[in-house]
Design a protein around this ligand. Structure first.
Ligand code: 5GP
Ligand code: MG
Length: 177
């Protein structure tokens, strides 16, 4: 399907399943070269990254573990605004190589928080692997080690990404029109 309507918002096809899979195979190849025999822990950020994490890990050829975490965001008491909280990490990551898996990095604020929080546990190394990146939307300086696709500032759905909770189940990625 090349066009669809979700809650009265129109979307058109942006990345096909074949394009996504081909790029994930390349990312896995890079990771296979960089992490063989290092036994890293992947930390996948829910909800958006579940499909990406699943397909990427099927192409990983080294021993690895995976953890799923969530970043909760809520309006705090302070006037400074949003408070973020990492939940779900239930394993000691000290002295282990860590690879964060994200669906998309937009302003980068979520990833910046996550990196700062995870570094407190003193992992051996910390790398970021995001399927999608909006370089023009970044509000903080981030080192992003593995990127599937750089995209412009547009709203994307499908393949884990949602629009009001919908569309995460789609095999392709669509852009709002
Ligand atoms: P950031 O903190 O980098 O601004 O945003 C990260 C989160 O915002 C992503 O994990 C995702 O949940 C959401 N987000 C950013 N851009 C998009 C987009 O184009 N589509 C969807 N569905 N979510 C997005
Ligand atoms: Mg996300």
């Amino acid at each position: 399907m090349d066009a669809l309507l979700i809650n009265n918002q129109a979307f058109q096809l942006f990345l096909t399943e074949a394009e996504i899979m081909a790029r994930i195979a390349q990312l896995a190849q890079q990771l296979n070269a960089d992490y063989s025999s290092r036994k890293p822990i992947f930390i996948a950020v829910l909800n958006g990254s579940f499909m990406f994490a699943s397909d990427l890990l099927k192409a990983i050829q080294f021993d690895c573990e995976i953890q799923f975490v969530k970043v909760n965001s809520y309006q705090g008491m302070q006037s400074s605004g949003k408070v973020q909280e990492l939940i779900g990490l239930n394993q000691n990551i000290a002295n282990r190589p860590i690879i964060i898996l994200e669906d998309i990095i937009d302003t980068g604020l979520t990833m910046d928080f996550l990196i700062t929080d995870l570094l407190r546990y003193e992992p051996e190394s910390l790398a970021v692997c995001s399927l999608l990146l909006k370089p023009d939307a970044l509000k903080v300086k981030l080192q992003i080690d593995y990127v599937g696709f750089e995209v412009s500032n547009q709203f994307l759905v499908g393949y884990g990404l949602d629009y009001n909770g919908l569309a995460r189940n789609l095999r392709q990625i669509y852009q709002a029109v």
